[in-house]
Design a protein around this ligand. Structure first.
Ligand code: NAP
Length: 261
């Protein structure tokens, strides 16, 4: 018996990076996985990879989590394929851009709130009723240590991730007696495309070589390294499993000790 046998997991942003690692970790424990992101080819590729390696059922769909109608269509596809909603929802889709506050335009501000915060809200709202009905559910929000602390040039990102923690804590208390847990994971810098893009962006804007910024980022962690997507996935697996049932309303750092609260 595997940890997630019989469970259906929906993972947003499942086309690469942390979302892909979580989908693989869940499928290896027997879960059927549904992957959504805007880039259809990426979720399709990860779904094929998972079917081949794990032999579980998969679904992949193009979906923009910042668009409530698009989220509604993805959940309709899920119900069509599996006959019910998801048991486990991982709100992982996210974007991260940086700019000084005075140069953060309305579009950039709204984009972060729309994808990182409203996207988490739309998917959670769509998933919770079926979880409550079945008396079992897991919502796992991939936030960030930027949901707990601030840093220069990331006001829009940090504000959206702080919002995710507020949503997590309130939702957790609302469904605490219904067999449903709601938690957040707060990674530090993870070795994914998002970090590579951030380094390239800094190089383009300031001329500071990406390799130099990477070393500076590593030094910010007491462990002197980036976190891996697999390390984030391992925490997601604990939260998703039966053994994680007593953990709710938490925001768990996976950051090598950078933030101690
Ligand atoms: P990534 O490699 O850039 O992957 C992000 C995923 O989200 C992609 O699949 C992307 O696919 C999807 N996505 C973006 N906008 C979307 C939208 N509007 N609708 C649906 N899907 C969307 O980033 P990652 O590093 O794996 O990050 C995953 C999560 O971890 C994010 O929430 C991020 O904020 C958080 N996080 C990352 C780090 C880090 O250092 N990498 C640190 C802390 C927290 P499409 O572009 O095709 O839509």
């Amino acid at each position: 018996m595997k940890k997630l046998d019989g469970k259906i997991a929906l993972i947003t942003g499942g086309g690469r990076g942390i979302g892909r690692a979580i989908a693989l970790a869940f499928a290896r424990e027997g879960a059927a996985v549904a992957l959504v992101a805007r880039t259809a080819t990426e979720v399709e590729r990860v779904a094929s990879e998972i079917e081949e390696e794990c032999g579980v059922e998969t679904l992949h769909a193009a979906c923009d989590v910042s668009d409530a109608a698009s989220v509604g269509r993805a959940f309709a596809r899920l119900a069509e394929k599996f006959g019910r909603g998801c048991d486990i929802l991982v709100n992982n889709a996210g974007i991260a851009e940086s700019a000084p506050l005075s140069k953060t335009d309305d579009e950039m501000w709204q984009r972060h709130l729309a994808v990182n915060l409203s996207g988490t809200f739309y998917c959670t709202r769509a998933a919770l009723p079926r979880m409550i009905e079945r008396g079992w559910g897991r919502v796992i929000n991939v936030a960030s240590i930027a949901g707990k602390t601030g840093a220069p040039y990331i006001a829009a990102y940090a504000a959206s991730k702080h919002g995710v923690l507020g949503l997590t804590r309130s939702a957790a208390l609302e469904v605490a007696t219904r067999g449903v847990t709601v938690n957040a994971i707060c990674p530090g810098y993870v070795d994914t495309d998002m970090t590579t893009r951030a380094l390239a962006n800094i190089e383009a804007k300031t001329g500071r070589p990406a390799a130099e910024t990477l070393e500076a980022i590593k030094r910010m962690s007491p462990q002197g390294r980036l976190v891996t997507a697999e390390e984030v996935a391992a925490v997601a697996l604990l939260l998703a499993s039966e053994e994680g049932r007593g953990i709710t309303g938490q925001a768990i750092n996976v950051d090598g000790g950078s933030v101690l609260f």
